[in-house]
Design a protein around this ligand. Structure first.
Ligand code: IMP
Length: 442
């Protein structure tokens, strides 16, 4: 038995969908603990591609229970569309549970997200425009609508009447937008409530029961470490906590119930939205990575910014999340390159810097210090063991593990389930604890 958290070690889109799908096989329960429909997971099974935003990819296994936890924000319309799509493909959604204390994304959240981005001009975040920030802002302001409010018809009517009138002032006076009709929104959301009601549960209790029954639980993070509200590249972050610690708050479990943390990182780096990105390449190899890696957002279709692997943020992710082992994805995207660079440290105004700086202004001044490795210039897509890999590819992976002081347990060399190399059991492998700068346990 092991309870495992899977997190993104970069700026999101690391391929967590494929890794959680792989690990879901051995999980009895999969819990999504933060974020909303800003996330997008692509999972390829045989010749079918599934694009999921809120529902954990564990849903593809009929025996696995899937829980959308309290720390998430739920857009009911999108969630219902996702349920409908899965059911149309004969995938049962009976095992989906939704936390009664998750917050609901309302139409005014989307409108305010989009209008405020426009108003920010050069200061925009580059959000997905899905209303995520405003939903979490209402949660903090204590005027949010929770799932338990949504499924209480009388309560919903009263609460929404007040809230929509309050939000209409903001829409009209601040953003020059037409007001929302409270009755129309209430009618629409009552319909959603009817559809979602059978799935609503006390999620933290369900998870606690599963822990007591010694069932395997997989906590699935959305986005990535550098998008974390507290520990990411603030203000260019999302409004939740994708880091491993967020699993405790977002799922409602104590830290003593987590056994292991798996970090997922691409063999290079991508970022969507605004904000500094030291290893970014706006042309040349950047375009090759974008084309070969099909680097376009699952949720918004935006072109992702691409760059070399950044081991400074990799080391930071290992530290902030307490990563036990790594899954390195999309190694095959580097197959054609004659040389590959890795950022090992930064230079800020002539001084070497080995650690991620918290200030976004300092981060914007970071110049990458690169080490260059030879490429392998042959396909890795059919490799199924480490021995199958070209020597240069293996050396590259070893170098990444050494720089991050964390072992690599999984390597992905293509989108489908079988294009995976399992180096060591990611769930039951040895617990790493603290490592010194040389990767030696202390
Ligand atoms: P928001 O989460 O929509 O508020 O967007 C805030 C920032 O997080 C923007 O830079 C988005 O591009 C980024 N972001 C949000 N969700 C994801 C994701 O799933 N993958 C990658 N970037 C994301």
């Amino acid at each position: 038995m092991a309870n495992v958290v899977v997190i993104g070690a970069q700026w999101g889109d690391e391929g967590k969908g494929k890794v959680t799908d792989l690990l879901s096989k051995s999980a009895d329960v999969v819990v999504r603990y933060q974020g909303g429909v800003n996330a997008g997971h692509t999972v390829v099974v045989k010749d079918q591609t599934f694009k999921l935003h809120l529902i954990p990819s564990g849903i593809l296994y009929p025996e696995t229970e899937c829980i959308i936890g309290s720390g998430t924000v739920i857009d009911p319309k999108t969630l219902i569309e996702e349920l409908d799509r899965l059911e149309a493909l004969n995938i049962s959604t009976q095992n989906l549970m939704i936390s009664q204390t998750a917050h609901v994304t309302m139409p005014y959240h989307r409108l305010i997200d989009q209008a405020s981005e426009e108003r920010r001009g050069n200061h925009k975040i580059g959000t997905t425009g899905r209303g995520i920030g405003p939903t979490y802002a209402d949660k903090s302001e204590r005027i949010g609508i929770r799932i338990l409010d949504l499924i209480d018809p009388e309560g919903l009517r009263k609460q929404l009447n007040w809230t929509i009138n309050y939000k209409n002032v903001i829409l009209e006076k601040l953003y020059d937008l037409p007001p929302l009709d409270p009755e129309a929104v209430i009618d629409e959301y009552e319909q959603y409530a009817q559809r979602l009601r059978p799935h609503v549960v006390d999620a933290s209790l369900k998870i606690y029961d599963a822990v007591q029954e010694k069932r395997n639980i997989l906590f699935e993070g959305a986005q990535g470490t550098l998008l974390d509200l507290d520990h990411g590249t603030y203000p260019y972050v999302t409004s939740s906590n994708p880091v491993a610690g967020g699993a405790c708050v977002g799922a409602g479990v104590g830290p003593t119930m987590i056994d292991r943390v798996i970090g997922v990182a691409k063999a290079y780096t991508t970022r969507v939205g605004e904000g500094p990105f030291p290893t970014e390449m706006t042309e040349g190899v950047g375009d090759i990575l974008c084309d070969r890696g099909a680097e376009f957002g699952t949720t918004t279709g935006r072109k992702r910014r691409c760059g070399w692997f950044d081991a400074v943020i990799g080391r930071y992710a290992v530290r902030i999340n307490g990563i036990d082992c790594l899954a390195i994805t999309k190694l095959d995207v580097l197959d054609e390159l004659d040389e590959i660079k890795v950022c090992v440290a930064y230079e800020i105004d002539g001084t070497r810097c080995d650690n991620f700086p918290s200030s976004s202004r300092l981060f914007a001044r970071c110049k990458p210090i690169y080490e260059t490795l030879p490429g392998w210039q042959q396909s890795t897509m059919n490799c199924r063991t480490l021995e199958d890999l070209p020597k240069q590819a293996l050396d590259y992976l070893k170098y990444l593990a050494e720089l991050m002081a964390a072992p690599i347990a999984v390597v992905s060399i293509g989108a489908s389930r079988d294009q995976t190399i399992i180096v060591e059991d990611p769930i039951h492998g040895p617990k790493r604890g603290l490592l010194d700068a040389n990767g030696t346990p202390v």
